[in-house]
Design a protein around this ligand. Structure first.
Ligand SMILES: Cc1ncc(COP(=O)(O)O)c(C=O)c1O
Length: 368
């Protein structure tokens, strides 16, 4: 069987097959989302996430269909006028596009430019204007392998206390420690670091987010914040451990199970493992004559999604690796054929990572 080093969906965490079998055995796929069995799962997953990630008790955990939907719900519920986006690749651009499509006054700041180590997080807007209602930051940009330093994000909160700070942590949570008291919303989906099948978006929101949605409702009675999926309905339901619609019960169950595994293993150990593997991967490519990390600035290099400039059409690389039992990702969008991306998630271990690198070494010898 092949090992998936793809950046998401990715290799399932080793215990997942067992958890799926148990879900079948325990009829989890047949239970009602209005049953106590489901309420217990929602309550447990919520409290586990809070303990595991150190999320304040008064934050809400909401389940949507995907991370992209979480972006859309945030814009729809909390922004009437303007947003500010730090863009370093396709997913941060997606957040920007969502706000633009909702006809917000969007400010975009390019923080990273390909092939040019320019990195700029200084704000760039007219201080006489109203501050943005929401700053949107992609903490780990899966399309380019750029990571944004959390202290820079926290500083926004200090400088603009009235604005909301939203973080897309899809391809890094729980690897970089987020101080939830310094941000207002975090979104992620489960098919990356958590090693689960795709189909669940998780949105964590602070009381300030709820206050903002209420304020909008009072001040702009004709403004639509959505219907069944607006934050008012979602939080009303989540307080009863329910969702307005029939949710992806299996995915929520699996998230609960993987959290038990991750907590038993310990977050420090998980983080150390990611750091150790990131070190051997970057060391290898920094010395490789053919493949080069796209991000040269060490401070902004992602530990979880490693993006490489490929010396040949990436299809050839992907095919060679697949023949040798390893599936990796090509570049994102227009960079598909020029780049190769490798995930460094908990589901793949140190030995598998070393084997992948030795196959890439053999590719270099065979092809160049
Ligand atoms: C950083 C980032 N944000 C958002 C998304 C979108 O996630 P989803 O497909 O769950 O909507 C992805 C998916 O790859 C991503 O990597």
């Amino acid at each position: 069987m092949a090992t998936y080093f793809t950046v998401g969906p990715s290799q399932l965490y080793p215990s997942i097959k067992n958890h799926i079998q148990n879900a079948l055995k325990d009829d989890i796929l047949s239970i009602s989302h209005r049953s106590k069995k489901f309420f217990d799962i929602y309550e447990e997953v919520s409290s586990q996430l809070k303990e595991f990630l150190n999320i304040p008790a008064d934050y809400q955990i909401l389940f949507y269909g995907s991370a992209t939907e979480c972006m859309e719900r945030l814009i729809q519920n909390c922004v009437t006028k303007n947003t500010y986006h730090f863009v370093c690749g396709a997913f941060s651009k997606r957040f920007y596009n969502v706000a633009k499509d909702y006809q917000k006054d969007v400010l975009i700041q390019q923080v990273f430019i390909k092939n040019n180590e320019w990195f700029n997080f200084d704000l760039n807007f007219d201080s006489n204007k109203n501050p943005p209602e929401m700053f949107c930051v992609t903490q780990n940009e899966t399309s380019t392998g750029v990571k944004i330093d959390l202290d820079k994000i926290y500083k926004l909160k200090q400088d603009y206390p009235q604005s909301l700070i939203a973080i897309d942590a899809v391809s890094c949570l729980p690897i970089y420690q987020i101080d939830f008291t310094k941000i207002d919303a975090v979104l992620f989906s489960v098919q990356k670091v958590f090693g689960l099948p795709a189909g669940l978006g998780v949105l964590i929101i602070s009381p300030k987010v709820i206050q903002k949605t209420q304020k909008i409702k009072q001040s702009y009675p004709n403004y639509s914040q959505g219907t069944y999926f607006n934050f008012e309905k979602m939080t009303e339901q989540s307080q009863k451990w329910q969702t307005p619609q029939t949710p992806n019960i299996l995915a929520i169950y699996l998230l609960n199970q993987i959290l038990k595994d991750f907590r038993a293993l310990g977050l420090d150990k998980i983080r150390q493992n990611i750091q150790d593997k990131a070190e051997i991967i970057y060391d290898f490519f920094d010395q490789n004559k053919f493949f080069k990390p796209l991000v040269r600035n060490l401070e902004i290099r992602s530990q979880t999604t490693i993006c490489l400039q490929s010396p040949i059409n990436s299809d050839l690389v992907l095919n060679y690796l697949a023949k040798n039992g390893f599936i990796v990702s090509g570049g994102y969008g227009q960079s598909q054929k020029e780049q190769v991306r490798i995930a460094n998630f908990p589901a793949t271990n140190y030995d598998q990572t070393k084997k992948l690198l030795s196959v890439i070494d053999s590719l270099s010898l065979n092809q160049f």
